[in-house]
Structures are given as structure tokens and as C-alpha cells.
Design a protein around this ligand. Structure first.
Ligand code: F6R
Length: 259
């Protein structure tokens, strides 16, 4: 696991956007796994800027989002399909036919989940999966005690996740309490993982993820078992790491000897 600690949210997001850009330059038809939420917002803004100001193209890119709420209409303003259009897809040259988000609009959720897994496989699997981390340690909507080998499925959200995400919903709007999410086993099959942890409120989850015991109680800790996981943090999110200085030192050595 590579742990990159940067001074601010802007620096961390810039690093993440640069990492994705480099990946796309190497593999122009890459399959990206994408996340929603606050942590990835600045990364998406930076990617849009890079697309507008340079030759970065998403024309041959395919994307799979981690999750979608069950119970919202397709283009509801809180749906993740809407989020992705507003925050990224409408501003880049991606073919929106190649942007997959779990379908939660028919009654056969199991079929949707199976289809999602099949689509990922038929596109050759995910090359680079972008993740955030919930303050309870979830990745995707795999809440604490999720099976570490789970596949795409319907998941009941915890009270803390519902409370954390209530900031996106108006008082008059009904907030869903279930979602379809890629499973932890699905996420772990991505060739590369890039996780962004930003802010003091993520510091405990980040410490559990990086240094805690590998446990389904902190689903993110499963990434300790991934060969190519890069954890990008701002200083606040990194503040509870016991080996903070070591991670900073390791990155400096990398710059000195590997560039
Ligand atoms: C979003 C997702 C979630 C978020 C996590 C962090 O698609 O799957 O795991 O990444 O809840 O959310 P923010 O970034 O809003 O703190």
C-alpha cells in the first residue's frame, strides 16, 4: 500500500487528477471505476480543466460507478447518475453510452446486480478504481461487517451513512436507506486502486484502513491486501496515522531514487 500525504485538499486532489491523467495517457481505452460524494469533487473539477486546457481525452474511456441509491427516479437531482452528469460527464468528451451506473429502476434488483457484474467483466474488468472512504470505514456502500468477498448487491445503509449524506437532501425530499453497490470482492478485482481521504473527520477511518487490523468492521482495511493501492491523504485525514513520518519519508525516497 502506497500512502501519499499532501499538505491540503487541493494538493491531494491535484495528485489524484494527475494520477488518473497519467493512467489515461498510457491507456486511452481504460476502464475507470468512479465514486461520488465530496472527496472526489475537486479531482473531477481538475480533470475537467485538464480536458479543456490540454489534450486529455475521455473519448475511448468506459466508466463504472460504485453505487446508486434505490428508490430515486433516474435523473433525480440526488441520484448518482445526475451527480456524475453534473460533476463530470457533461463537461468532458466521454461517450455517455459507455458510462455505467447500477440500475435501480426496475423491481428485479438482483438481475440489475448480476448484469452489472457481467458488464464489468465484458469490458475486461476495471483498470483503475477511484474511491472515497466513509467516516465509518465503508468503501462504495459496503458498510461495516460487509463480506470482504461480496459482489454487487443491494445493501442497507447504516444510520451514520444516512446522517452523513443527509446534507445533500432537502427537508422535503425522502432520503433512500438502501442502495446497490459494487461488492468488496468486485472492487478488489480492479487492477489499481486510488483512494482519496480528506479532512479531520476521516482521520479515524483512514488510520483503521491503513494501520488497523484487516477487518470487515472497517471495510476499507481490505485494501491492505491489494497489490496496487494508492491512498492519497491531506494532512488532516492522515493525522491519526502512527507511521505518519515514515510515509512522508518513503515518498521523498521515491522521488529521489525512482524518478
Ligand atoms: C460514493 C461512495 C462512498 C463515498 C464515501 C465518502 O460513490 O461510494 O463510499 O466515497 O461515503 O463520501 P464523501 O466523499 O462525501 O465523504
Amino acid at each position: 500500500m502506497r500512502v501519499v500525504i499532501l499538505p491540503s485538499e487541493a494538493d491531494a486532489s491535484n495528485f489524484a487528477a494527475g494520477f488518473i491523467e497519467d493512467y489515461i495517457c498510457e491507456k486511452q481505452d481504460a476502464v475507470l471505476g468512479l465514486a461520488t460524494g465530496s472527496s472526489v469533487l475537486l479531482t473531477y473539477e481538475t480533470l475537467i480543466k485538464k480536458h479543456q486546457e490540454s489534450t486529455l481525452s475521455f473519448q475511448n474511456i468506459t466508466t463504472f460507478n460504485l453505487d446508486e441509491y434505490v428508490g430515486l427516479k433516474r435523473y433525480h437531482t440526488q441520484s448518482y447518475r445526475y451527480y456524475m452528469k453534473q460533476k463530470l460527464f457533461n463537461h468532458i468528451d466521454i461517450d455517455q453510452k459507455n458510462t455505467y451506473i447500477p440500475e435501480c429502476f426496475n423491481d428485479d434488483y438482483q438481475l440489475s446486480c448480476n448484469n452489472y457484474e457481467t458488464s464489468i467483466k465484458s469490458c475486461g474488468g476495471i483498470d483503475l478504481q477511484l474511491l472515497g472512504i466513509g467516516s465509518n470505514g465503508h468503501i462504495g456502500f459496503n458498510e461495516p461487517t460487509s463480506s470482504l468477498s461480496s459482489r454487487t448487491r443491494v445493501k442497507t445503509l447504516t444510520k451514520s451513512t444516512i446522517a452523513n449524506n443527509s446534507r445533500f437532501f432537502k427537508d422535503s425530499e425522502v432520503q433512500p436507506s438502501i442502495a446497490i453497490t459494487m461488492g468488496i470482492g468486485t472492487i478488489m478485482e480492479a487492477q489499481n486502486i486510488l483512494l482519496l481521504g480528506l479532512g479531520k473527520h476521516k482521520s479515524k477511518a483512514v488510520a483503521d484502513l491503513v494501520e488497523g487490523p484487516l477487518s470487515s468492521f472497517c471495510p476499507g482495511s481490505v485494501l491492505q491486501n491489494h497489490e496496487n493501492a494508492v491512498i492519497v491523504l491531506d494532512q488532516e485525514a492522515a493525522s491519526e496515522l502512527k507511521l505518519y513520518d515514515y510515509y512522508v519519508h518513503t515518498e521523498k525516497m521515491k522521488l529521489k531514487y525512482m524518478c
